[in-house]
Structures are given as structure tokens and as C-alpha cells.
Write a new protein. Structure first.
Length: 86
């Protein structure tokens, strides 16, 4: 969806299933100094104007932003496993 700098920049994953956006995950720095994935915003249809505006706003503040879309069969399970911090 958006290619950022090869060595830096925020990471966003738009998780979809059969073309319908389910969630947006963002890689964030955790208190222990590592990284973890966190749900950023309730999602809508991936082609919706709100999603385009969300990505444009984020890119305005981070020129190095990477955004990828994953269209997967079991998004709820993927999100739970990806954001699990324990």
C-alpha cells in the first residue's frame, strides 16, 4: 500500500479478509525496549475514503511509513496471535 524508507519508518498492517478490512495493526516500541504489534484503529472497508485518509494523515507525519495489506482467511486468529504480548 505504501513503501517507506529501507532502514526506518513505522509499520502498519491492514488486515483484511476477502477484501473487507478487519483491523489495522501498528508495530510499537514496548516498555521493555522491544517491539510489539498493537491494534491501532477499528477498520472499515479497505477502499473506503476513511482508510485512504487515515493512511494519508499517518504518512504526513512519517515520510518513512510502510503500510502493507494482508488478506487472510482467519483474521481474528492472526490478530490475536500477533498482538499477544505474553
Amino acid at each position: 500500500m505504501r513503501k517507506g524508507d529501507a532502514e526506518r519508518g513505522s509499520l502498519l498492517m491492514f488486515v483484511t479478509s476477502r477484501g473487507q478490512n478487519i483491523a489495522i495493526l501498528e508495530r510499537v516500541l514496548s516498555p521493555d525496549g522491544g517491539y510489539q504489534w498493537r491494534a491501532t484503529k477499528a477498520a472499515e472497508s479497505p477502499g473506503s475514503e476513511n482508510m485512504v485518509n487515515f493512511l494519508a494523515r499517518r504518512a504526513r507525519f512519517d515520510d518513512d511509513l510502510w503500510a502493507i495489506e494482508l488478506d487472510i482467511a482467519d483474521p481474528e486468529r492472526f490478530i490475536a496471535e500477533t498482538t499477544h504480548s505474553g
